[in-house]
Design a protein around this ligand. Structure first.
Ligand code: ADP
Ligand code: MG
Length: 702
């Protein structure tokens, strides 16, 4: 039977055997013939196209040459032997080098025979060389019927050492495919295949490994990518419907006194159109009787806090309590201060609860929550404790949600009999495609506009030699009444890492900016929270001109008069972190600056990050660049989404158009068949069960 073949242990496949099987198990996670068939090539090279040696430059990755071996030379002693050969085409010569397996190669390599060479050129002593290239003799090749598009498979070092090359995988693949006599059962519903004119699963697998031509390869790849993205979307959209059907939401029907009063008397500025649009979306959600689960994305400084506050006022007008959870105490304090100021004079009870709230005060807060006295509670993780109980919690706001885990967020759902509405906010802009994948069961609102009058922050990259110039620039800024942040990656000097540290920085900054003319405030993670708060207040109130800190100020800190952000050892930071840090300035009407300080030694990636920062202020563009540099696997949250993420071919960044089609199809299907009960959809149920067998089920939690 077909499924028996697919489930056959890989060791029984012709060409494998127990030793290779173990390598395939460990290195590539291939246990069965099916696993092998789903081990897709990472690229295809058109084997009818060759480079000329004379045209090689060092930006090439893998290239293909056609020529002859002119000479072979063995060098070195017994255990340090290396084999070199000269390879020539009509236009020039290159050097080939082998360090291992030399004996075997020496025996098999023939001079004056024509070969196809495949490999990556390295520039060495002004000559191009190829280390361990793949070589195929043309005479032998022409007997084999392979397509002109050859598949290349990722191979680990260990596999290479054991002579399992991409070419070997290809041969094994051929053996596996020859066993498949009838079609592999379809893994997508027939109506979907017909509708999108998808290639069948069997054919797609064959074509991906051994393409007939470029066109059928692209159809095959489309089918496989579509399927991968489609099943993720089906899972996410299904969660969403499940949540809607399972939970009744509180309906906030009234627009009452608090919101009206705030809007007419307290709102210090005109809302931006984006803020208006988002508030409308939220109002619609929380008034609908369905439980809201909404992600609010907005670049740093776009005014999310105000949106949260106005949503909370609606909840309060409908006799519900609300809370905001923030990832740090500094941020919780700041929310407390700014929200208290916004609603100053209104009859609202606002409190703050953090890890450093005293036991006595804690008790009072606990009691006042239960009695319903408190309208708005601000805080950190401390809100999650079981002892924190509300009389009637109606809306939960989670700020900088990427800092919290799924389980933590889940706890807030349980603070009322029916789950409260949830608004999660993030200033780490997530590219749309990733948001759709990660948070596909959330509704997404975007504030895509900054309040008016903000000037784009000017960003510069300086090496250490410009430090004196930096200092005089900072002095000018201070003279104009501005304030300055200087951020360090480390608190203390580290032996392992050659980065600037805060202690050392404080010393040199204190020398350059001495009292009594200058006051410096210092904040870092090792300080007690009362000290931290005191140092923050010194800066917030304008009594210190310079704040020296670690990344504790990364999220949310809002001091509009601060106009310069200096980041030391910028090469140490990731893109989204840099963008967050830069977002601490540019919050007032003055021209703001971000100065990125680095050493001379920069990796290619660090250089790219710095260039991106200098080039753009747009958080979404930066997030896209970040995603490209790091890949989605590294982005916080991908591991926590609770969804079986099995992307072998699809790439969330590059395949966003396929993702969009997949999402629309998933929505169409689940809209008509919430629980996937229709007989046509049983193939979906079967696939989902298979995919989720080993996954934790976070169920309905966003
Ligand atoms: P973030 O989205 O990064 O959390 P904040 O809510 O901290 O941004 O807002 C940044 C600053 O912009 C705050 O000082 C806030 O008072 C101000 N602000 C918010 N909305 C507006 C607006 N519509 N017009 C002018 N300033 C605004
Ligand atoms: Mg904020």
């Amino acid at each position: 039977m077909q499924s028996d073949i697919l489930n056959t242990d890989i060791k029984y496949l012709a060409g494998v055997g127990p030793k290779r099987a173990e390598l395939l198990n460990v290195e590539l996670n291939i246990y069965t013939i099916q696993d092998l068939l789903f081990y897709f090539p990472f690229k295809h090279i058109d084997r009818t196209k060759f480079h000329k040696i004379i045209d090689i430059t060092d930006d090439y990755s893998y290239i293909q040459l056609r020529g002859v071996i002119v000479s072979i030379k063995m060098e070195g002693q017994k255990y340090k032997q290396r084999l070199t050969a000269t390879f020539a085409d009509q236009s020039g010569t290159v050097e080939l080098v082998w360090f291992s397996g030399v004996k075997w190669i020496l025996q098999n390599l023939k001079t004056n025979h024509e070969y196809i060479l495949f490999g990556k050129p390295n520039l060495f002593n002004r000559k191009f060389s190829f280390v361990h290239p793949e070589l195929e003799e043309i005479a032998k090749l022409e007997n084999k019927i392979t397509s002109s598009l050859q598949s290349f498979y990722s191979i680990s070092e260990k596999l290479k050492k054991n002579y399992i090359t991409s070419r070997v995988i290809s041969t094994l693949m051929q053996n596996a495919i020859s066993l498949i006599k009838i079609d592999i059962p379809e893994s997508l519903p027939k109506y979907l295949i017909d509708d999108l004119k998808l290639m069948s699963l069997s054919k797609s697998i064959k074509e991906t490994h051994f393409p007939t031509n470029a066109n059928s390869l692209s159809n095959a790849v489309f089918r496989i990518k579509f399927e991968e993205l489609f099943y993720i979307q089906v899972q996410l959209v299904k969660l969403k419907y499940l949540r809607i059907s399972k939970f009744k939401g509180f309906a906030f029907k009234k627009v009452g006194h608090n919101l009206n009063y705030f809007y007419n008397n307290k709102l210090p500025f005109e809302l931006t159109n984006a803020q208006k649009k988002v508030i409308k979306e939220i109002r619609h959600d929380i008034g609908s009787g369905k439980q809201m689960n909404r992600l609010l994305q907005g670049d740093v400084g776009s005014g999310k806090t105000l949106v949260a506050l106005m949503s909370m006022l609606i909840a309060i007008d409908n006799e519900y309590q609300t809370c905001i959870m923030a990832p740090t105490e500094i941020l919780a304090n700041q929310h407390f201060n700014s929200i208290s100021k916004f609603v100053d004079g209104m009859d609202l009870d606002i409190r703050i609860l953090t890890g450093s709230t005293k036991a006595k005060d804690r008790k009072i807060i606990h009691n006042d929550l239960i009695s319903g006295k408190i309208n708005i509670l601000l805080g950190t993780h401390a809100l999650l404790e079981d002892i924190v109980k509300f009389k009637n919690l109606g809306l939960v706001v989670i700020d900088e949600q990427h800092r919290f885990g799924v389980a933590q967020r889940a706890k807030l759902w349980k603070k009322n009999i029916n789950p409260p509405h949830v608004l999660v906010m993030t200033a780490t802009p997530i590219p749309r495609t990733l948001a759709m994948t990660l948070y596909g069961d959330l509704d997404v609102s975007v504030i895509d506009e900054l309040p008016p009058g903000r000037k784009a922050i000017k960003t510069y990259h300086y090496f250490d030699n410009k430090r004196l110039r930096l200092f005089s620039f900072l002095k000018e800024q201070i003279k104009e009444g501005r304030q300055i942040y200087i951020v360090y990656p480390l608190i203390k000097e580290s032996e392992k890492m050659d980065y600037k540290d805060l202690e050392d920085g404080l010393e040199s900054i204190s020398r350059a900016f001495p009292p009594p003319d200058f006051t410096i405030s210092v904040v870092h993670g090792k300080m007690k929270s009362a000290e931290k708060e005191k140092a923050m207040q010194l800066f917030v109130k304008g009594n210190a001109q310079i704040m020296i800190s670690t990344t504790v100020i990364e999220v949310g800190v809002d001091v509009p008069n601060a106009s310069v952000m200096v980041i030391e050892s910028v090469e140490r930071f990731g893109l989204s972190q840099l963008h967050q840090l830069r977002g601490r300035v540019g919050r007032g009407a003055d021209q703001s600056y971000c100065i990125l300080m680095s050493s001379y030694k920069l990796s290619k990636e660090a250089k790219l990050r710095i260039d991106t920062m200098v080039k753009t202020n747009d958080g979404f563009e930066i997030a896209e660049a970040d995603l490209k540099l790091r890949g989605p696997g590294d982005i916080e949250g991908t591991q926590q989404s609770g969804i079986a993420f099995d992307l072998k071919l699809a790439n969330i960044t590059k395949d966003s158009h396929i993702l969009q089609i997949a999402r629309n199809k998933a929505i169409d299907i689940l809209k008509n068949d919430n629980l996937l009960e229709h007989s046509d959809n049983q193939v979906l149920v079967k696939q989902l069960n298979m995919k989720n067998r080993h996954k934790i089920n976070w169920s309905v939690i966003s």
